[in-house]
Design a protein around this ligand. Structure first.
Ligand SMILES: *[C@@H]1O[C@H](CO)[C@@H](O)[C@H](O)[C@H]1NC(C)=O
Ligand SMILES: *[C@@H]1O[C@H](CO)[C@@H](O)[C@H](O)[C@H]1NC(C)=O
Ligand SMILES: *[C@@H]1O[C@H](CO)[C@@H](O)[C@H](O)[C@H]1NC(C)=O
Ligand SMILES: [Ca+2]
Length: 492
């Protein structure tokens, strides 16, 4: 009987409300035995790593020799998006192929439950959300990540699991030095990944490895061999260590001679956290960062690698989304996509195999249940603009440091629907120059965008919002940070 082994590394993944459960895993078990030619899949998903953090995208400190090599041997996607500017909804979309508004990973008081809350609210602590109940055969990691230290009875430190068993807690059994940023977690995740691959190759079964590591998410960390080795502090150290992990995983595939039978895709769940300023990552030329629907919030680094199948040294201008990985993996695995629901992803097969660009429905950029913007071709229209509230901004949290664009990076939630702001991302990837509504380009492009949006909204059936509720145990850290308050939620 054919089966694929699924393994999940690390955090972020009890993100499986019922509607977003892993369809990939479920449908695979219904397949007929044709295992001989089945490819393996590895999705490497970084946390808050920005488009501009890779050498191949122009980061000047050259911290990513392995990723740069991966790109030179594979295909680079400069126009690739996440499905949400925040961790959890973005990840649920990747695993379900569906927009968060459909799969339920959103909050319906659009600007209400604030960004951090969405990010750190994991409805996955109940047993029913365990990855092993959603198609994964193995799991190492935690349903929450990068939280704490809590260290008390009411809010104990976050547990780490190996499969069904708890193997310890962050800060206690998996030490993390908040002063120096020293932690050996990335090394653990690299070793887990390579030993899973070795074990799977030995059994001859195809596998899917979801390597969702988080060293570039605050609190950023690195192990002793990498601490202090980059030119941009601990963030660069973390990037270097993750890059070395990418190298070790690819080398393991080569050593085991399964590289030409393994599709590897590298990306990130949302843009770099620009509000961390010099301690956060880089979104390259793009506007603002994490939590926003400007390019810096959702344009992601993306590299595909499959020696002998995906020709090396290519750049694809395919407009892509993390949700496409769902459809692409099903396509390569020869598994029909579920027909009982709308799938937002498309298969990237034509791009990967023949560098053909597929025309697709727009990339929709949501915050909560509010459609903020849409990209069609190289044009992007903003229907709403907002960065963060004035009160949050005045207390020091700036999503767009040094990048204010008047009338665009607004601190009021501004309804632009009557005259959407249009940008040509081809000549203005920085979203700096609004195209005037009176211009021929505007009059030519806007009707097509509005038509596509109208069709999208007309048929959209929102899932039950599952992120309105915030677990107080998880929210404690936000209280400690003290940077957000209730008044932020009310501001319109
Ligand atoms: C990381 O591993 C090194 C070498 O094994 C060890 O000396 C160090 O204490 C570990 N650091 C942490 C924070 O666990
Ligand atoms: C991969 O390469 C090996 C030789 O290294 C070859 O025997 C095999 O047919 C190749 N597989 C694919 C899918 O190209
Ligand atoms: C936004 O503006 C449009 C066009 O003026 C209007 O139809 C819509 O009701 C507004 N939405 C909200 C929530 O105010
Ligand atoms: Ca993230």
């Amino acid at each position: 009987m054919f089966s694929v082994r699924f393994a999940l590394m690390f955090c972020a993944l009890s993100y499986f409300p019922l509607a977003a459960r892993s369809d990939i895993a479920r449908s695979s078990t219904q397949q007929s035995p044709k295992s001989a030619g089945k490819p393996n899949f590895i999705v490497m998903l970084m946390d808050d790593m920005g488009w501009g953090d890779l050498g191949v995208y122009g980061e000047p400190n050259k911290e990513t020799p392995n990723l740069d090599k991966m790109a030179s041997e594979g295909m680079l996607f400069p126009d690739f998006y996440s499905a949400c500017p925040l961790c959890s909804p973005s990840r649920a979309a990747l695993l379900s192929g569906r927009l968060p508004i459909r799969n339920g990973f959103y909050s319906d008081n659009a600007f209400g439950c604030n960004g951090m809350c969405i990010e750190y609210t994991h409805l996955g602590q109940q047993p029913r959300y365990h990855p092993l109940r959603h198609g994964f055969d193995e799991w190492f990691g935690s349903s929450n990540c990068h939280l704490g230290p809590f260290n008390n009875r009411d809010t104990p430190n976050v547990p780490v699991f190996r499969d069904a068993d708890m193997v310890g807690r962050y800060y206690e059994d998996f030490p993390f030095n908040k002063q120096t940023g020293e932690a050996n977690l990335t090394q653990i995740y690299i070793n887990e990944a390579t030993s899973f691959i070795e074990k799977q190759v030995a059994t001859g079964q195809p596998f899917f490895l979801y390597w969702a590591v988080d060293a570039t998410h605050d609190p950023v960390y690195a192990s002793p061999d990498f601490l202090g080795t980059s030119r941009r502090g601990i963030y660069g150290d973390a990037v270097r260590e993750l890059d070395s992990g990418v190298g070790r995983i690819l080398q393991t595939l080569q050593k085991l001679k399964v590289d030409n039978n393994t599709f590897v895709f590298f990306s990130s769940d949302n843009g770099a956290a620009t509000y961390n300023k010099a301690k956060g990552g880089s979104n390259g030329p793009f506007l603002c960062g994490k939590e926003t629907t400007f390019e810096g919030g959702m344009r992601e680094p993306a590299v595909a690698w499959w020696p002998g199948v995906v020709q090396g040294g290519q750049v694809s201008f395919q407009l892509g989304s993390l949700m496409d990985l769902f459809s692409t993996l099903l396509d390569f695995a020869d598994i029909p996509a579920p027909s009982d629901r709308t799938i937002d992803g498309i298969s990237l097969r034509p791009a990967l195999l023949s560098n053909i660009v597929t025309d697709r429905s727009p990339i929709f950029l949501y915050r909560g249940d509010l459609l903020m913007a849409a990209r069609v071709g190289q044009y992007k229209a903003h229907f709403w603009t907002w960065t963060n509230s004035w009160s949050e901004f005045h207390s020091g949290t700036d999503f767009c440091p040094g990048q204010e664009v008047k009338g665009v990076t607004t601190h009021k939630q501004t309804n632009q629907t009557a005259s959407p702001l249009l940008f040509d991302l081809g000549c203005d990837p920085q979203e700096k120059y609004v195209i005037p509504p009176s211009s021929p380009i505007y009059q030519q492009q806007m009707p097509a965008i509005l038509k596509a949006v109208k069709e999208h909204l007309a048929t959209l059936k929102p899932g039950d919002p599952q992120l309105n509720w915030c677990d107080p145990a998880v929210m404690l850290m936000l209280k400690l940070k003290g940077s957000r308050d209730d008044s932020d939620k009310k501001e319109i």
